[in-house]
Design a binder for this molecule. Structure first.
Ligand code: SF4
Length: 236
């Protein structure tokens, strides 16, 4: 089991107590969680850890510096995340996303053997030029991984509207086996790269309307032809 934390309540004693009992600790970096000290402490204590860093238009300006700083502090695993949410200013433009893929390729090559740079699944197909380990179109949320929240709910991912209460490990397995369509649905929050149901239904409705329009045009054309066929007799 892996876990994600802002690290604010994490002490060296906690790390010693859980040593060898977790897969990976993911530290989320925020502007106010003193992450430099945290990363240094995790490296010093030889914790198995990586960091999660949200890339916003503002942070893009200093991304190289941040990556180098993390590497210097002893971090060997940097996961870059895209923004999921309703604030338009936090989403990267297409140009910025292209620039980011160039930066990632460059930094990954420069830091090879020292630090891995990874991309969150929500980037979807936006980073096509960055080499991938697996060539998958879907993020795998709800199928390949689940999120268990601190208030005991199961979610396909932490941005998802689906949140199902559980009490036991058996409940988790029951939901995993029986509620697949919900777990594998797209998150409605902007930023989800899974096919969005709203888009899907809008497209289906558009196609239906186009079909109806074509049928109407064809029917009108047929009608004109019928009139034209009758006219030579002069008495339509
Ligand atoms: S469902 Fe959407 S928001 Fe959730 S992990 Fe997949 S791509 Fe990201």
């Amino acid at each position: 089991m892996n876990f994600t934390t802002n690290g604010l309540a994490l002490s060296t004693e906690d790390l010693a107590a859980i040593k060898g009992k977790y897969g990976q600790l993911r530290l989320s970096l925020y502007d106010d969680n003193d992450w430099r000290n945290m990363v240094a402490m995790l490296a010093r204590e030889k914790a198995r850890f990586g960091v999660n860093y949200l890339v916003t238009p503002e942070r893009l300006k200093t991304l190289e510096t941040t990556i180098l700083e993390l590497c210097e502090l002893g971090c060997r695993d940097i996961l870059l995340l895209s923004y999921n949410g309703y604030d338009q200013d936090m989403h990267l433009s297409k140009e910025s996303t292209n620039a980011l893929s160039g930066t990632i390729k460059l930094m990954a090559a420069a830091l090879k053997g020292r630090c891995q740079i990874k991309l969150g699944v929500c980037w979807g197909e936006q980073m096509q030029s960055v080499p991938r380990l697996f060539n998958k179109a879907d993020c795998g949320a709800g199928r390949e991984f689940l999120v268990i929240t601190s208030d005991k709910k199961i979610q396909p991912c932490s941005f998802h509207q689906v949140a199902l209460p559980v009490k036991t490990a058996a409940d988790v397995m029951n939901i995993y086996n029986k509620r697949r369509s919900e777990l594998e649905s797209a998150a409605l929050m902007p930023g989800c790269s899974r096919e969005n149901h709203a888009d899907h239904w809008a497209r289906a409705k558009r196609e239906e309307e186009e079909e109806e329009e074509e049928e109407e045009v064809a029917a009108r054309e047929d009608g004109k032809e019928a009139i034209a066929i009758q006219r030579p007799g002069g008495q339509a």
